[in-house]
Design a protein around this ligand. Structure first.
Ligand SMILES: C[S@@+](CC[C@H](N)C(=O)[O-])C[C@H]1O[C@@H](n2cnc3c(N)ncnc32)[C@H](O)[C@@H]1O
Length: 309
């Protein structure tokens, strides 16, 4: 079986860097990842598909809003306790749902690796690519749906002078953000915000950058209020790494399964279409949108970068 590795050139292709321009710190980070993998053979593919179909049929795959909030509150409370116990590190803030898996969706195929944390390792590098490329010149960065604040920590490490704002509907996320500000001696503020029920939130200074990662995912089609809130906040750029169902192809087996899964979980849908409509109305400009073809064990995220006009 031919073993391959994920290379700097792969990341340049996935995140639209000019050839040879991937920053040195990202190349070094990639050198330290055990990325050896092979394409899934027929037996492995069958194992993956069977497991996926069983998951889609599980009753627990759908949650009420209250159950969803409770699950995230409990998960992020565990991370808060780890932060207090072990200090600020990506390890303390790693979400518990990265359980480890030998399978990964990659480059429109299914790969198998001995590194069961390959998904998380490549996700970390993907975020460095995204942050470096789109948030480099930001004085203030706000993450909506910040969760355990793992991205806030990465942003704080990457951009030493940036002010950071972290919002989520869990109280644990606010506690983590505020504690991170104390630990790192940085201007980091936490805010409790239900993105499906925006009232009179007003914590994003005009000219800030907004980022969302795997967070709008949770909103299904209930994004009109938060979209309006973002536009009214007058950010200079909005960078979103979220599932974009429009980019899946129903004639590809793995995409078809991902679509079924996302719909069963009531994940984000029709969001890119809504942004395109706003672009037609000359209210926003979509700067860039693409699918990097990087999993996720079960599904993938795509980039949407835009700004209000
Ligand atoms: C999959 S996690 C991603 C967290 C974080 N962005 C990351 O990349 O680690 C989804 C996040 O969205 C948050 N979330 C879900 N529904 C929300 C809502 N209605 N308002 C605000 N946050 C919400 C959850 O609490 C959780 O932190």
């Amino acid at each position: 079986m031919t073993e391959q590795k994920v290379t700097a050139e792969d990341f340049e292709r996935m995140f639209h860097f000019e050839e040879g321009t991937l920053p040195e710190f990202i190349r070094r980070e990639l050198d330290n990842v055990a990325s050896a993998h092979h394409l899934a053979d027929a037996q492995e593919q069958a194992e993956y598909v069977l497991d996926f179909l069983k998951r889609i049929d599980q009753k627990t795959i759908t949650r009420t809003k209250a159950e969803n909030l409770a699950a995230f509150e409990s998960g992020w409370t565990e991370n808060y306790n780890k932060l207090l116990r072990d200090g600020a590190s990506l390890n303390s803030l790693k979400p518990g749902y990265f359980r480890g898996n030998k399978f990964l969706r990659y480059n429109n195929q299914l790969i198998v690796s001995d590194n069961l944390q390959l998904e998380f390792d490549l996700f970390r590098i993907a975020r460095h690519c995204i942050f470096y490329k789109y948030l480099n010149s930001s004085d203030t960065i706000c993450e909506l749906g910040c969760g355990s604040c793992q991205n806030i920590l990465m942003l704080a490490e990457l951009f030493k002078d940036a002010n950071l704002i972290a919002a989520d509907w869990t109280c644990a996320s606010k506690k983590i953000a505020d504690q991170l500000g104390v630990c790192l001696k940085r201007n980091i503020s936490g805010h409790v915000l239900d993105m499906m029920d925006i009232k009179d939130a007003n914590f994003i200074p005009p000219g800030s950058s907004i980022v969302t990662i795997h967070a709008f995912e949770q909103l299904g089609t209930n994004f009109a209020g938060i979209l309006d809130f973002m536009i009214k906040s007058r950010p200079k750029i909005v960078v979103q790494y979220e599932p974009v169902l429009e980019y899946y192809s129903e004639s590809n087996l793995y995409d078809f399964l991902a679509l079924k899964y996302c719909r069963k979980r009531n994940y984000l849908e029709n969001y890119l279409a809504a942004l395109k409509q706003l672009e037609q109305e000359k209210k926003i400009e979509i700067i860039s949108t693409y699918r990097p073809f990087l999993g996720g064990v079960l599904h993938e995220s795509s980039l949407i970068v835009w700004r209000p006009l």
